[in-house]
Design a protein. Structure first.
Length: 149
């Protein structure tokens, strides 16, 4: 494989007086990086979707008895598993379970479909981290909280 653009960039920034061994080292490093990206793209999903785990974890955390996941929700979970590890998904569910709004609504909105949205998992995962920070002396202010009048 020939790296025309890389050779041109080496000539432009380092100059034509670049020692050959330096040029070869840079090109070898680029080849290694390029081949490692091919390996990553071929094994893109390192954390495959596990439907049984999702149902079991959800039922355990929320004390429910769900038995199925629809095909549409399963497609969403495949994307979730490409971005997050099982422990992170479980942590997001636990953070949502400890939220005052969800406790007061008796977890009405905490459904399997709710946690199939990337933005919800990311939100609750980050809220779980901020609760950890709160225990260590950092208090995150609450926003968008409707108070009883």
């Amino acid at each position: 494989m020939e790296f025309k653009n890389l050779n041109a960039a080496i000539d432009r920034y380092i100059g034509m007086f670049c020692p050959d061994n330096v040029r070869e080292d840079i090109i070898e490093a680029a080849k290694l990086d390029f081949s490692s990206t091919d390996d990553v793209s071929s094994t893109k999903m390192t954390n495959p979707y596990d439907k049984e785990w999702v149902i079991a974890t959800y039922n355990k955390i929320f004390n429910k008895n769900r038995r199925v996941v629809s095909d549409a929700v399963a497609k969403k979970y495949k994307k979730i598993f490409a971005c997050f590890q099982k422990a992170e998904i479980e942590s997001a569910m636990l953070a949502a379970k400890s939220d005052e709004f969800h406790i007061n609504s008796k977890f009405k909105f905490c459904t399997i479909e709710y946690f199939s949205r990337i933005e919800q998992v990311d939100k609750w995962l980050n809220i779980g981290i901020s609760k950890f920070q709160k225990e260590n002396g950092f208090v995150l202010p609450k926003f968008n909280v409707k108070e009883d009048m």
